[in-house]
Design a protein around this ligand. Sequence first.
Ligand code: SF4
Ligand code: SF4
Length: 145
Amino acid sequence: MSLERLCLACGLCCDGTLFTHVALTDEESRRLGFDGVLRQPCENLGEGCRCRVYALRPKGCARFVCMLGRALEDKEVPFDEAVELVNEARRLREHLDALIPGELPAIPRARHYEAHGTDNELAVKVREARRALEAFTLRHFLGRR
Ligand code: SF4
Ligand code: SF4
């Protein structure tokens, strides 16, 4: 229940913050109407971080529980602290979004700007913001425990 509550306050593994896509099996592609991959931000992510195709969601989604979610389940992190960590990750992503607005996931968008942007001063800020987001998500969501 606590993990479900946290996920409904989070959505970072569906909105393009942690991942750029979910790989689909042929059967999942047919069932969901996509061609091999489900790109993020996922169009099935609905109000209140609810998955609109929850019962039909791909195995790659159903299997994934982030490091923070596992720590919560193992009672290593209290719920309120977990929510704070989600909020901090979101704040870091929103900072990056504000520097270089766009629809694509923030980290590849930032890498693209760093490589091809014309404003060097902005590119430095983007690199710092991208690195801060990557380090935070690796430490709390994607790293191994
Ligand atoms: S990143 Fe973790 S806490 Fe957030 S929705 Fe995904 S599994 Fe749940
Ligand atoms: S299908 Fe559902 S669980 Fe999978 S990425 Fe999209 S919103 Fe998230």
